[in-house]
Design a protein around this ligand. Structure first.
Ligand code: FAD
Ligand code: AMP
Length: 475
């Protein structure tokens, strides 16, 4: 194997592996170093997303949601099933199979695009040299014209609630629970806390979510957040806001949690506690002295808008740099950098990155919230269409939530789209494309949407922004 490459990527998650593949497609010689190891010690490309994040969580969300629908909705469809039950071991087995197929797929993709796959640790040395340490401890020094750092992130540990498996666990532990805890505590009502809380609630856990912030889903449009809170409450998720966890300790086979809110100090006993209080950039043993790469005060690798670090020829992408910690954001950064290195055009439109929360109903948005538009002072109009008025949603027994579009009053530019309802995560793609092409709400109004589809909700929301909705009453 060569010791010198055009590009070396350190990190094989959803930011790093696409960077390596695109570099290969661009006819650059490229190696991707990744150290991810699963619990059985085996190496696997794909990083957090494929091994312990996006993919396994979606597998369990799907299984648990199907169970709830079979139990609660089938009767309305006229489907009779006796004794709907579930088998956590089978759910976990299915999940593991999906993860394995996905991670093995990366190895095949690497082969197809000529990427040298190196499993082990990578450390950047000065002068774009990289020290590679293989599983058996042997070390080699590699050199590259360009190095892309894609070392990702790790769950934030709270001093007040240090991880202590199997009782106090991170999101990976929460995805691997072998059985349903009777009482489950979750610290943090962010995306991860809500998704994991939903999985285990659906399977019967009494779930209490403790969130330090006073507002629910403060990052989302508040009309959406209110609708979501209503549904989660109905599902039995006990979400306590303004509740800051001050201590958690394992006692016997349970966890004693203390938290503070406006009323004072409270205690809560749970069988398992998931700490989903955010993620931090992961750069442990990544940078030797003298590389010139700098970190900000929160530990993120500092980069410009094209992901260049302070060191010549060294780039950084994904969760280890500023911006939303999302797989698709990292992927586009990785691809952009590999294209820029090859002398091609590359750009990430940070204003059009969709966010999705895969709960039921699903939540998705792109662009500005109504609160953000309001505070910008730009005059705007809003169109909302409830899924209750969607024939397809009703046929699916999923007529919950709404699609909302915010457009500028002056030139009709779409500023934000917010959807809560069936398949919101899929529907948002149309809004992302519209915003990418600087569409106006009129452009959406004049685009033909097939009937009956869920996508008509966005069409009707755009019409509603000008009080011209056909299938709902304009307000
Ligand atoms: P990572 O995926 O963390 O990958 C970094 C890789 O680099 C790892 O394999 C790591 O081992 C390796 N590495 C680090 N340092 C070195 C080194 N020195 N040498 C060699 N290798 C190294 N995002 C979404 O967009 N959609 C979702 O639905 C979603 N769901 C999530 C659910 C959960 C439970 C969690 C925890 C996260 C979820 N995320 C989701 C976030 C998503 O997983 C991350 O944004 C994404 O994985 C970031 O990609 P990355 O490549 O930057 O980092
Ligand atoms: P996210 O960053 O979206 O993954 O969400 C993590 C959430 O955890 C944030 O909303 C934080 O406010 C919340 N959080 C962090 N620390 C605590 C704590 N000690 N008690 C309760 N909530 C917390």
């Amino acid at each position: 194997m060569a010791d010198s490459f055009d590009v070396i990527v350190i990190g094989g998650g959803p930011a790093g592996y696409p960077a390596a593949i695109r570099a290969g497609q661009n006819k650059l010689s490229v190696a991707c170093i990744d150290q991810w190891r699963n619990r059985d010690g085996s190496y696997a490309f794909g990083g957090t997303c494929l091994n312990a994040g996006c993919i396994p969580s979606k597998a369990l969300l799907e299984s648990s949601e199907l169970y709830v629908r079979a139990r609660e909705e089938f009767a309305a469809h006229g489907i009779k099933v006796a004794d709907v039950g579930f088998d956590v071991a089978q759910m976990q087995k299915r999940k593991a199979g999906i993860v394995k197929t996905s991670t093995q797929g990366i190895t095949a993709l690497f082969k197809a695009s000529g990427v040298t796959a190196l499993q082990g640790h990578g450390k950047l040395l000065p002068g774009r040299r990289v020290q590679f340490t293989a599983a058996d401890g042997t070390q080699r020094e590699l050199t590259a014209k360009h190095v892309i750092l894609a070392s990702g992130s790790a769950p934030a540990e709270l001093k007040v609630a240090p991880f202590k498996a199997p009782h106090i666990i991170d999101s990976w532990g929460a995805l691997d629970l072998p059985s349903v805890p009777k009482r489950l505590g979750v610290i943090g009502a962010g995306v991860i806390g809500l998704e994991l809380g939903s999985v285990w609630r659906r399977l019967g856990s009494e779930v209490t979510v403790l969130e330090a912030l006073p507002d629910f889903l403060a990052i989302a449009d508040q009309q959406l957040a209110k609708e979501a809170a209503r549904h989660f409450k109905k599902q039995g998720l006990d979400i306590r806001l303004g509740a800051k966890v001050s201590a958690a300790k394992v006692s016997g086979d349970a966890v004693e949690v203390s938290y503070e809110d406006a009323q004072g100090t409270h205690s809560l006993t749970v069988d398992r506690l998931i700490v989903a209080a955010g993620r931090r950039p992961f750069t442990a043993d990544l940078l030797a002295d003298g590389t010139g790469v700098t970190l900000d005060d929160r530990g993120f690798i500092q980069v410009d808008e094209h992901c260049r670090t302070a060191a010549e020829g060294v780039w950084a992408v994904g969760d280890c740099v500023r911006g939303p910690m999302l797989a698709h954001k990292g992927k586009e950064e990785g691809v952009m950098v590999a294209d820029l290195i090859a002398g091609h055009y590359g750009e990430v439109n940070y204003k059009a990155i969709p966010s999705v929360i895969y709960t039921a109903p699903e939540i998705a948005w792109v662009g500005l919230t109504e609160e953000q538009v309001k505070s910008s002072g730009r005059p705007y109009k809003v169109g909302v269409f409830p899924f209750l008025a969607s024939g397809r949603a009703r046929a699916m027994e999923q007529a919950q939530g709404f699609a909302k579009i915010i457009a500028a009053q002056d030139d009709d530019e779409i500023l934000g789209v917010h959807i809560i309802g069936p398949m919101a995560g899929e529907l948002i793609a149309e809004a992302v494309l519209a915003m990418e092409f600087s569409a106006s709400s009129e452009d959406l109004q004049r685009t033909i949407h097939a009937h009956p589809t869920l996508s008509e909700a966005l069409h009707e929301a755009a019409l509603a922004a000008d009080k011209r909705a056909i299938d709902s009453i304009n307000r």
